[in-house]
Design a protein around this ligand. Structure first.
Ligand code: ASN
Length: 484
């Protein structure tokens, strides 16, 4: 009896203790702000709650007894409006400063923004001297201006939109390949081959005191990759669909609006191909999938470009998505160029490389939508391109995709899978020994296959209408420039 009374007592005291703890936790939770990203706050999550946001001040204005801020943390183009009483104002609260704001998230009485943060506390985490800061409040700076500040430009609306679009486009391209049964392969960045044979290579050599004797680290000359194609071809001997998406390097001595020394390339390789159509279908489908995804998931960011940076470009993008991409042969392209009344700077004879001016003309001629050009002269293409033996003119089964505003976006080909033809071509070029492993691929289970590469920055230029490729990559590298 006594024992059971004791049990009841201890149970009673235990429950009151736990009740006390629970109340304490509730009290603590009520007073501990929930950390939200700006995009979450804007979506109305946690309306009426005590929240905390951390970000950078995009605008600041003192009015009567209040101070109004816009805080952005890169999660969306929109900033969160913060209202604080002027006691919370601080001379360090300037455009560009980093802040931490705690307060109650409320529905906004203004139509322009759905919510506002009624601030109870503002900490300036990092000050920013507005006099020295290169960007000015409420000014729309052009891409060319902000390009001068590669270490600061992500703090502008335009460049932060670009970075979000870039990230979303990357994800879309990966999901396209995943959804369509491709396996992602990490092809090497350091390689001993010059896939394109164009000699635009950056050689890799070690440095530092351990390598002062000038030894050859790899025992063979090594370079930064110009293309993952040959490694994908290795893989395509066992995987019928493979792709890679990574940095690529070309030592082109060019300051042009569409060349970089370091750029990202999406490359795919498909085994058991029947014709170039197997490649053009994937190129076109991937282009559509990624573009539709970006337009649907980055509405405000894309609008910023299409309305303010490159007004009118949306119509071009809509036309690209509405029409299927025409296909013309190189022969037809040459005939179109030769018939035109345009005065080209470069020749338009059979066998000439198509230059940017030609590519742009062909795109316009075809209705300002992307156009595939196929079956290039055999001698224009590298050793791996398949010989179209049945064509009257000597051509290779190669294809380029030309797009509005940019010119060449993708290049691809069926690969020469026939051992005798490939080894004859390599022998002619004196490359038989270097590529003996490549010939092995044709000795052991060779199948017709082909692939293509898409320049990711050119793709972004194309869908956003951005003129200069340096404005669509976080840290551009080009001749005489390797800032940061
Ligand atoms: N993977 C490819 O077909 C791309 C091609 N090797 C190029 O660099 O243009």
């Amino acid at each position: 009896m006594l024992q059971s009374a004791a049990k009841v007592l201890s149970f009673a005291s235990a429950t009151s203790v736990s009740r006390g703890i629970a109340a304490g936790i509730r009290h603590y939770c009520k007073n501990t702000p929930t950390k939200l990203r700006v995009s979450q706050a804007l979506s109305g999550a946690e309306l009426g709650s005590n929240i905390k946001v951390q970000g950078w001040v995009r605008s600041v204005r003192a009015q009567k007894a209040n101070v109004f801020l816009h805080v952005n943390d890169g999660s969306s183009l929109q900033s969160l409006q913060v209202i604080a009483s002027s006691e919370l104002n601080d001379p360090l609260l300037t455009f560009g400063s980093a802040v931490e704001v705690t307060g109650i998230l409320k529905k906004s009485p203004h139509q322009k923004q759905p919510v506002e943060l009624d601030a109870k506390q503002i900490n300036v985490v990092g000050e920013c001297n507005p006099v020295d800061f290169p960007f000015k409040i409420k000014e729309r700076h052009g891409l060319e201006y902000i390009r001068q500040f590669p270490h600061l430009r992500c703090r502008t609306n335009a460049f932060s939109s670009l970075l979000r679009i870039r990230s979303e486009a990357t994800a879309a391209i990966h999901s396209y390949f995943k959804d369509n049964g491709f396996v992602e392969i990490n092809t090497p960045i350091i390689t001993s081959n010059d896939c394109e044979g164009a000699g635009e290579l950056f050689q890799v050599e070690p440095s530092g005191p351990d390598h002062a004797d000038g030894e050859n680290f790899f025992s063979v000359p090594a370079y930064l990759t110009v293309s993952g194609q040959l490694h994908l071809e290795v893989v395509s001997g066992a995987f019928s669909k493979a792709y890679t998406f990574g940095p690529t390097f070309r030592a082109e001595n060019s300051q042009s609006r569409r060349h970089l020394a370091e750029f990202y390339m999406v490359e795919a390789e498909i085994s058991f191909t029947q014709s170039l159509e197997d490649l053009t279908k994937v190129m076109e489908d991937m282009f559509r999938f990624a573009t539709e995804h970006v337009l649907a998931h980055c509405v405000e960011d894309v609008d910023l470009f299409h309305k303010h940076v490159t007004p009118g470009h949306r119509d071009t993008v809509d036309a690209m998505l509405k029409n299927s991409f025409p296909v013309i042969t190189y022969r037809e392209a040459i005939d179109i160029l030769r018939r035109s009344s345009e005065r080209f700077a470069f020749p338009t004879d059979w066998g000439c490389d198509l230059k940017t001016e030609h590519e742009k003309y062909l795109v316009k001629h075809c209705g300002n939508i992307p156009v595939f050009v196929t079956d290039y002269p055999y001698d224009l293409k590298p050793f791996y391109a398949r010989d179209n033996q049945d064509h009257p003119e000597r051509t290779a089964a190669a294809v380029d995709l030309l797009v509005p505003g940019v010119g060449e976006l993708c290049g691809g080909s069926l690969r020469e899978e026939r051992l005798n033809l490939l080894s004859a071509r390599l022998e002619e070029a004196g490359l038989e020994d270097v590529y003996s492993w490549y010939l092995d691929l044709r000795r052991f289970g060779s199948v017709p296959h082909g692939g293509f590469g898409l320049g990711f920055e050119r793709y972004l230029q194309c869908i956003l209408g951005v003129d200069n490729i340096k404005d669509v990559i976080p840290f551009p590298r080009f001749s005489h420039s390797c800032l940061l």
